[in-house]
Design a protein around this ligand. Structure first.
Ligand SMILES: Cc1ncc(COP(=O)(O)O)c(C=O)c1O
Length: 465
């Protein structure tokens, strides 16, 4: 990220002071759009095939806060996938929402989250008739896509809307090489971080209203609350530039991008040590619990590399001057977009090819041992903590940072994440178990990156007192 990858083809000017205006006459107002901004939003809706588009200059974060606030009353119940971005959790905090979680399966081999199961969604909706909306993330950061059509049907059978965080899938609408977008699969609200995978400036996103299940007025009200009253015109212009560019030249650029990408994936798939983790084959996907997969995400296995994902990340960055998106326990994620050049893809291919001939970077472990290690890891992250109080109640309580051993049996006042699977292993208001504390110590001693908690060293946690 960002999707433009500093490719000069998308340059809209350096530090666009000239375009940095406010709501002067003739330039409309994002919060009451009726002229040029409305036209730009309407153009985007037509391009993507949604009913209505709202621009966000505060990323998908503001769009997610708005969608959830509009769909669920204060203190109401939301059926949500557990593996969601923190903005969803922040929406639940702000609106005192009570979550019912759909836990995605976790792939034993990689530790990454699988797709959301429509049957599980249906079951939880049947058991909780006071749920007001369903929220899922598809694709995930790693690229796992869920069966939106089936999940939307389940939600609609229970008369509630489906909100899809498709922040990482704005490109889906522009090539059949990618999975079908939630915009065209029956979701009611879809959120796109345009800046993540398309050529627009950081922080630019859109919220699509695809049906009338959630009203224009409610969304508009919350988008105005969660966004600045001085929205940046260069950012809005960047969205508009991006959408016109895609309308005029999207097909040419996406055809070229996907053909380069397919070639790169084919090339990478021949390597044995730094393996391309490919979840695309239909049979394989079924067996693994992935409904579909976004092939723009290149996942390189670091199982055999000294230092695992972090080790491979460092080598790619320092030796080959490549910029991986993220390192996880045993793999590295490379994000590709239409802004990547042929030369960039060639450099990645050559780097992996070169590394295959460097035995010093690999460990000499036996594969059974590795697979046992992975299974143990997956086992540990599969714990489902007991919810005791609302997220909002726990976060607003009096709290104290306690040494880990003293946290057992107490209520967490913080989130704690591991990547993968990117699921919060604990959420404010949930009970800290002995198992959780033991696992946490293991993650720390294995040098894994713990996110979300205030004390990143993992020695203390904020608890409700
Ligand atoms: C799945 C997902 N949803 C939402 C967001 C928030 O997006 P933004 O940075 O556009 O606010 C992110 C950000 O990384 C994300 O990964």
């Amino acid at each position: 990220m960002p999707g433009h990858k500093r490719n000069p083809a998308f340059e809209a000017g350096f530090l666009p002071v000239k375009q940095d205006i406010t709501e002067i006459t003739g330039f409309d107002d994002l919060h009451h759009a009726e002229d040029i901004i409305k036209n730009a939003q309407d153009f985007a809706a037509e391009l993507f095939g949604s009913r209505e588009v709202f621009f966000s200059v505060n990323g998908s974060t503001a769009a997610i806060l708005s969608a959830v606030s509009a769909a669920v009353r204060r203190g109401g119940k939301l059926l949500t996938a557990r593996n969601c971005h923190k903005s969803l959790y922040h929406a639940m905090y702000l609106r005192e929402i009570v979550p019912v979680y759909i836990y995605p399966g976790i792939d034993r081999e990689t530790g990454i989250c699988c797709s959301i199961d429509p049957e599980e969604t249906e079951r939880l909706l049947s058991e909780n008739d006071d749920i007001e909306a369903v929220f899922i993330t598809s694709p995930t950061y790693d690229g796992a896509v869920s069966d939106i059509r089936a999940i939307a049907e389940a939600a609609h059978r229970h008369s509630v809307p489906l909100i899809v965080d498709e922040a990482h899938g704005a490109h889906f609408c522009f090539s059949p090489y990618f999975p079908e977008s939630a915009v065209r699969s029956g979701a009611d609200i879809v959120i796109h971080s345009i800046h993540k995978t398309l050529p627009s400036m950081t922080g630019t996103s859109v919220l699509h209203r695809c049906t009338d299940r959630i009203s224009h007025d409610k969304i508009a009200r919350f988008m105005s609350i969660y966004q600045t009253s001085s929205p940046s015109y260069p950012m809005m212009a960047s969205l508009d530039f991006c959408f016109h560019f895609l309308k005029d030249q999207g097909k040419i650029w996406f055809d070229a991008f996907t053909s380069r990408l397919e070639q790169l994936r084919n090339g990478l798939s021949q390597f044995q040590k730094i393996r391309l983790m490919d979840f695309y084959g239909a049979e394989y996907r079924k067996q693994k619990g992935f409904y579909d997969f976004d092939r723009s995400k290149i996942l390189l296995s670091a199982d055999c590399v000294k230092g695992g994902g972090a080790g491979l990340f460092r080598i790619l960055q320092e030796k080959y001057l490549l910029e991986p998106e993220m390192s996880a326990y045993n793999y590295v994620l490379m994000m590709t977009t239409m802004g990547d050049t042929e030369e960039g893809f060639r450099r990645l291919y050559e780097a992996v090819s070169d590394l295959e001939n460097h035995p010093e970077i690999f460990i000499s472990a036996n594969m059974d041992e590795l697979s046992q290690k992975r299974s143990d890891f997956t086992e540990r992250i599969s714990e489902r903590p007991e919810p005791v109080m609302r997220i909002s109640e726990a976060m607003d309580s009096e709290t104290a940072a306690l040494p880990l051993d003293q946290c057992v049996g107490r209520i967490s006042a913080e989130f704690m994440y591991l990547y993968p699977p990117g699921v919060p292993l604990i959420v404010p208001g949930e009970r800290i178990s002995l198992q959780f504390v033991q696992n946490m110590k293991r993650y720390v001693s294995a040098g894994m990156k713990i996110a979300g908690i205030r004390d990143c060293s993992g020695k203390y946690m904020d608890c409700v007192v």
